[in-house]
Design a protein around this ligand. Sequence first.
Ligand SMILES: [Zn+2]
Length: 390
Amino acid sequence: MTPRKTCPACGGSDLRALYHLPAIPSQSVVLLDTREEAVAYPKGELTLTLCQGCGFMFNATFDAGLVDYSSTTEESQHFSGTFNRFAKDLAAEIAGRQDLDGRLILEIGCGKGDFLEELVDITGAQALGVDPGFIPERLPGAAGRRIRFLREYFDPDRIKETPDLIVCRHTLEHIPEVGRFMEDVMAVTHGRDDVQVMFETPDAARVLAEGAFWDIYHEHCSYFTLGCHARLFRAAGLNVTKSYLAYGDQYIIQYAEPGQGEPHAEERDLETTLALAEAFPARIAETRAFWLDKVQAAHSAGRATAIWGGGSKAVAFLTTNGLGAEIGHVIDINLHKQGKYLPGTGHVVSAPAALAADPPDTVIVMNPVYVEEIRTALADMELRPEIVAL
Ligand SMILES: [Zn+2]
């Protein structure tokens, strides 16, 4: 595929390719019913590219035709106590910033609706959720409880009422045309300047600094630092009112409201981003080699390695390094994932109990924020393997 030649965030053309993977699963949160389907899952090309003008990074060979969010995807993390506490705290923070009682919240990319339900419970607001992957049966209490859903892609022409709060979590990284998307977001404010906006998006500065190859996948076509997130907001006519990193510094949280203000302090990170990008090709080669060596050495020595976390990080971890039999089990506590197969390598996702029957020597935790939760779950099964986190 011919790489894109202009930046989707600022339109600039001073681009630099940082990392290339010729063929990786086109979507990594899909669930497949058989190993054959999983191994044969369509592949896409990844060319992580930096715009040296604005610090935005994107997959210049992203193929939107390979991605369908109305298919069977499973992105919900609400089976984890750690994640639920984070979501509850975030909902409380939002409720503390704005009186939403009787007001309207719009969530773009609401997934299965868990967070919107939390927000409605805590604020007394009405809500509208938009997501092509919404599954009505998964939120049985929602109907009649002041939440409505549009099971479709976000289209501003479909939103007739002006929301008082627009929430958009873990969605922007899936949008190729981020500049145009922000215009669509602004369109639903219908010119009102008191609409509040809250976005949560993975932080790519950490991905660059850590050489976190497990966080780079085909359908994540857009990558932000705090600064370029703020720049994108300002270009769209939004002033950033609060900005920080959350969830073990993995997620950017940015609040904004319509306005034409001065550049936010966060926007001064361009030089840092360029320096991180400069070091990134060597850094990612190093992390890939480290994990490949560790897993292969264990396998050669007859020691069993399991992965805990059957989401997109696991898919990227396995497929980027071409791991197969070296990983005995992939564990996930999400009941909807268990018994399903991961695209690419075709590993089956099992419940934690699979480890009781076949104890591992090492468990690689796909997200460090879950280490204590997982250590407890393993101890409850009287298992004490080495636990290492990405
Ligand atoms: Zn740019």
